[in-house]
Write a protein that binds this ligand. Structure first.
Ligand SMILES: C[S@@+](CC[C@H](N)C(=O)[O-])C[C@H]1O[C@@H](n2cnc3c(N)ncnc32)[C@H](O)[C@@H]1O
Length: 291
């Protein structure tokens, strides 16, 4: 497995304009916003750009809030390739899009071009959030099972699928606890040609089931190793944020459950390239496919 840092480049509807002083300045479609960014330990390199921002998310006394500097709609659209998504300013500082994932979206498309041995493979996306990875996979012709514990996220993901012109029925949206679902699918003997997961450090299933990455990731990987078809072209993609793990830890966690023989892949950091050329680290990943 190669150690490779994936660096997302700007695209017409997304740009990391600057970062510094624990903040980042980003353009999502037609609006530029400021969000807290713990990694940005340096000084902004283009201070003159920050006045473009229409809103800034700030923490105060443990609570986060958007401060709008102009009248802006609650939501707007942005695109990536031929896909379209709704952007919203959420109460947890997120926008519904994780731009550092763009390199993984490309990889999913490449899997479909190069390696998928069967037409319309079945793909599982756990902790699927607003559905971007599910939509990218569905657009290539895959049948996707999208699992998330939040009714609101699933509604947003369905909206994004419609905006992106995904045929009804090519993504099954399930409101489930990821671990329970994976263990149930393993008992049923289900198989998937691709598995994508983006687990948070802490979360809750729809019935209050607690997800703690340090406790439950190994258990989830054990179930997923039974679900992944080991055919040529079958793939696995694990992302990580904010839990403080090294990419090497994620690699070894995955390798301990999936026999990495007959695979090719990479692991490393996920980052975004700033307009100035600087690189902003955002997360980690491990991905491989069977040869
Ligand atoms: C970090 S986000 C995923 C980001 C997304 N994959 C992307 O790149 O756009 C985490 C998601 O996990 C969901 N979640 C949290 N706990 C869960 C659980 N126990 N089972 C299923 N989904 C859960 C949340 O509702 C949220 O949508």
């Amino acid at each position: 497995m190669n150690n490779l840092n994936l660096i997302s480049q700007p695209w017409p509807d997304y740009e990391l304009l600057d970062s510094g002083d624990n903040r980042k300045l980003e353009r999502f479609g037609k609006f530029t916003i400021v969000r807290p960014e713990a990694q940005a330990l340096w000084n902004p390199s283009r201070p003159e750009l920050w006045k473009q921002a229409v809103a800034e998310f700030k923490w105060s006394e443990g609570k986060g809030k958007w401060h709008k500097k102009k009248e802006i709609p609650d939501g707007w659209r942005m695109s990536w390739d031929d896909l379209a998504f709704a952007v919203r300013l959420t109460s947890f500082k997120h926008t519904g899009i994780f731009p550092e994932q763009a390199e993984n979206w490309r990889w999913i498309q490449k899997m479909a071009d190069d390696s998928w041995p069967i037409a319309n493979p079945k793909i599982l996306n756990l902790f699927g959030y607003t559905g971007v990875a599910s939509i990218v996979a569905a657009k290539t012709g895959a049948n996707v099972v999208h699992v998330d514990a939040s009714r609101q996220s699933n509604a947003w993901a369905k909206e994004n699928a419609e905006l992106s012109g995904i045929a009804a029925g090519s993504i099954k949206f399930l409101l489930e606890d990821a671990l329970k679902f994976a263990e149930r699918e393993a008992r049923r003997g289900s198989k998937y040609g691709g598995i994508i997961l983006d687990p948070p450090a802490f979360g809750r299933g729809p019935k209050g089931e607690v997800w703690r990455i340090e406790e439950h990731l190994p258990q989830l990987l054990a179930a997923l190793s039974k679900l992944l078809d080991r055919k040529s072209g079958s793939f696995f993609l694990l992302n990580g944020y904010a839990a403080g793990y090294s990419p090497q830890s994620y690699l070894q966690a995955a390798e301990s459950r999936f026999d990495p023989k007959n695979t090719k892949g990479e692991f490393g950091e996920l980052a975004i390239r700033e307009s100035s050329g600087r690189i902003l680290p955002q997360g980690i990943y491990v991905r491989f496919c069977y040869t």
